[in-house]
Design a protein around this ligand. Structure first.
Ligand code: MTE
Length: 318
């Protein structure tokens, strides 16, 4: 007999953060009104409408992924972003809107049968796009719930045909200080780089994301393609990817290069392991005054805990 159980990570639709609340997170967190962001909104809307893959949105929602909280309001989510290439504030909409996202290619290289480069539109059209509701937990201890559209990274791994020596996947953001003023600040180890083990890359939850809220990604979200690993702190989810490399050694990641004691390679969410400067026991839900207890692996333990068996000696939660 098939018994349908609701897995621990499932969030009911009624509990997902409403789009308007998600998008208002900036003011709700007391950061002030996003005046510059509002001025850039018509430009962003028209860029999204002109996106060569716009016809693919909204993609079919995979109902297996539900929420335990409301979906965050779109305006809130779209105006409270971390994208250091465009500044250290959360208000990067106007600056990021100057980033050209076409033409855009993604290079696949390193330990693969045959390295190649692929145009992002061709890649997106080859892949099984779907929408999923995921919780998203920033290391800064705010959280949101987001309808991402994308495809499992494992589909791209299959396309890449990695060799047996490949143990990690390294992902890199574009590098162009003329467009991204933050990259002129040389004390940061640009380009932004992140990495996963091959097991993490093959996990069903790991998504390469190309859209959000039923539309192609707006630039501040990391257009045209970014990573989402919902059981890890948000800094793992590298934006605007141009290169995916299969490597034998664990890559040094952007934040690890800056502050290894505070931001490590693994960065799995764990309420019992505090950040050196603040607790991770609870989180501020964007768009609400609610503080919720943080969940182990952000509520996705059932899907991911197995991958960390035998790795207890590692700093899995930093
Ligand atoms: N990717 C790049 N290239 N540059 C960044 O500054 N910030 C990270 C991550 N990916 C960042 C990045 C951090 S710290 C977070 S919390 C998330 O993006 C924020 O994603 P969001 O703006 O879509 O909420």
């Amino acid at each position: 007999m098939l018994i349908k159980t609701r897995p621990g990570w499932a969030i009911r639709e009624s509990e997902a953060t409403p789009e308007s609340v998600f998008l208002n997170r900036r003011s709700l967190l007391g950061a002030g009104a996003g005046l510059i962001a509002s001025a850039a909104l018509p430009r962003i809307a028209s860029a999204q409408a002109k996106d060569p893959t716009a016809d693919l949105y909204p993609a079919r929602r995979n109902e297996a992924f539900t929420l335990d909280r409301p979906v965050t309001d779109e305006d809130l989510a779209a105006n409270y972003n971390n994208f250091y290439e465009f500044g250290t504030s959360k208000d990067v909409v106007a600056a990021a809107s100057r980033m050209p996202t076409r033409p855009w290619t993604v290079a696949i290289d390193g330990l693969v049968e045959k390295p190649f480069e692929i145009g992002v539109d061709e890649l997106i059209r080859k892949m099984p796009l779907e929408e999923r509701l995921y919780r998203f937990r920033c290391v800064e201890s705010w959280s949101m719930a987001v309808p991402w559209t994308g495809f499992p990274l494992k589909a791209l791994v299959a396309l890449a045909k990695p060799l047996s020596g490949a143990k990690y996947v390294q992902m890199q953001t574009f590098m162009n200080p003329k467009v991204a003023p933050g990259q002129a600040q040389r004390w940061y180890p640009w380009p932004y780089t992140e990495g996963l083990t091959m097991a993490e890359a093959g996990n069903d939850l790991t998504l390469l994301v190309t859209g959000v809220y039923g539309k192609p990604l707006a630039n501040q979200f990391g257009a045209p393609i970014r990573l989402i690993t919902p059981w890890k702190y948000g800094f793992k989810s590298v934006k605007s990817i141009t290169k995916i490399s299969f490597v034998a050694e664990r890559p040094k990641t952007f934040w690890e290069g800056l502050q290894p004691a505070e931001y490590g390679f693994w960065a799995n969410v764990n309420p019992a392991v505090p950040h050196p400067r603040w607790t991770q026991a609870s989180e501020q839900v964007l768009g609400t005054r609610e503080r919720r207890p943080t969940l182990l692996f952000n509520g996705y333990a059932e899907q991911v805990a197995e991958m960390y068996k035998g790795l207890e000696g590692e700093r899995l939660y930093v």
